[in-house]
Design a protein around this ligand. Structure first.
Ligand code: AMP
Length: 398
């Protein structure tokens, strides 16, 4: 069965068509600048030529119509008709406490997702627009919602509660939710397979290091803690997001620069992280590694602070699980960069980690990067959130 995976943002839309039976990618692409001048569709059929078409897209329905046209196009389409698309899997950012697993999309589910909009005001409404557009263009095709937060719903109370007045939890459900759930789930399951071990017998830490970064602790097959919180701003240092800070810094910036709360949130979401630490040099880890290797001070500082924070969380989660069997690195930076894996693991001597330099040097390749003698396994595992969404979708509709 072919599954169309849709990841809808406020002005962009990424898609993949995956054959869920053999898990092969049939085509992928993205629509950018939806509703803005200069919108374009990038369409890449597997084994075929990548096409970029600058074409007006007034809204998401129009964007999805163009995607479906590209997929069924006589010249370079990959299916003869929309009947060959068995189901649609939608990535939904926030499922609150309502969704602990993926679910078939019904009118009630749409209503429940809408009720989570206050928890993710930038993301959930865009995700819902994607669902609405697909409903219009592919009536009768089953659709599944796969939540970024669902995998983390197994966290115990001691991990998800904040020490603020309890009424904020009771009345508004303010708590840690965590994100990147499909990635943490996919990578931790893969780690168990690569180690030839039972998922339920392992203590695993997944470091998802990309432009957005988060880390999670998975004990006996269940997520027990994760670094992102009510929103994706908490936790590790990211491309432009600050991660953990003293909340009083917000008042300090307001008092010293006269900024209002929205302006300060912009500083923390868009001007901080490695971009802020490097004094505006770059939010891109590749640039920072290159500059680090040339000994440029701002990038050396930035990478040292970034790696230290990751190592600190690994320590915390090792304590939370009373041990760790496997530490996994994934996402753009984590899966591709031997540099960051080495920098983080340099802090983890107490776990008896022995890096296999040759295995670690391979880029974007799945595998164990520690020696046979290493007391703890370290793995590099390219994440594949779209495949994870296709699997979840297939499991519910087949
Ligand atoms: P993601 O958000 O998962 O797509 O990750 C994007 C980040 O991964 C960007 O900051 C890239 O610079 C970084 N990245 C991708 N490939 C490499 C690489 N070979 N070395 C270092 N960083 C990389």
């Amino acid at each position: 069965m072919n599954i169309l995976v849709i990841n809808c943002g406020s002005s962009s839309l990424k898609f993949q068509l995956i054959d869920a039976t053999d898990e092969k990618l049939i085509a992928k692409g993205l629509c950018e600048r939806i509703g803005i001048e200069g919108s374009q569709l990038v369409y890449a059929p597997t084994g075929g030529e990548k096409v970029t078409a600058v074409t007006p897209m007034g809204d998401h329905t129009e964007a999805i119509r163009l995607v479906l046209e590209a997929l069924t196009n006589e010249k370079n389409g990959v299916v003869k008709s929309l009947k060959e698309i068995g189901a649609v899997g939608h990535r939904i950012v926030h499922g609150g406490e309502k969704f602990a697993s993926s679910t078939m999309i019904t009118d009630e589910v749409i209503k429940a997702i809408e009720e989570c909009n206050t928890l993710a005001p930038l993301h959930n409404p865009a995700n819902l627009i994607g669902i609405d557009a697909c409903k219009k263009l592919m009536p009768g095709t089953p659709m599944v919602a796969v939540f970024d937060t669902a995998f983390h719903q197994t966290m115990p109370e001691e991990a998800y509660m904040y020490a603020i007045p309890y009424k904020y939890y009771r009345e508004y459900k303010v708590r840690r939710y965590g994100f990147h759930g499909t990635s943490h789930s996919y990578v931790s399951h893969r780690a168990a397979q690569l180690l030839g071990r039972n998922y339920e017998d392992l203590k695993i830490i997944v470091c998802h290091l990309g432009n957005g970064a988060s880390i999670s602790a998975i004990k006996n097959g269940k997520c027990v803690d994760t670094s992102m919180g009510l929103t994706p701003l908490e936790g590790l240092i990211m491309g432009t997001r600050s991660g953990d800070i003293d909340p009083a810094i917000i008042k300090f910036i307001a008092d010293t620069e006269g900024k209002n709360i929205d302006e300060i949130m912009d500083v923390l979401n868009k001007e901080s992280g490695v971009l802020g630490l490097s004094d505006g040099f770059s939010s891109d880890f590749r640039d920072l590694v290159d500059a680090y290797e040339k000994g440029e001070e701002a990038s050396v500082r930035t990478m040292k602070v970034f790696a230290y924070h990751v190592a600190k969380y690994v320590g915390a989660y090792t304590a939370a699980m009373n041990g760790v069997d496997a530490i996994c690195f994934t996402a753009g930076f984590g899966e591709n960069s031997a540099f960051i894996r080495t920098l983080v693991c340099a802090y983890l001597g107490y776990l008896g980690i022995e890096i296999d330099e040759e295995a670690n040097a391979k880029r974007g390749v799945e595998g164990i990067i520690t020696t046979a003698d290493s007391r703890t396994n370290v793995l590099a595992i390219p994440t594949n959130e779209e495949l994870a969404i296709a699997r979840e979708t297939f499991a519910l509709v087949k």
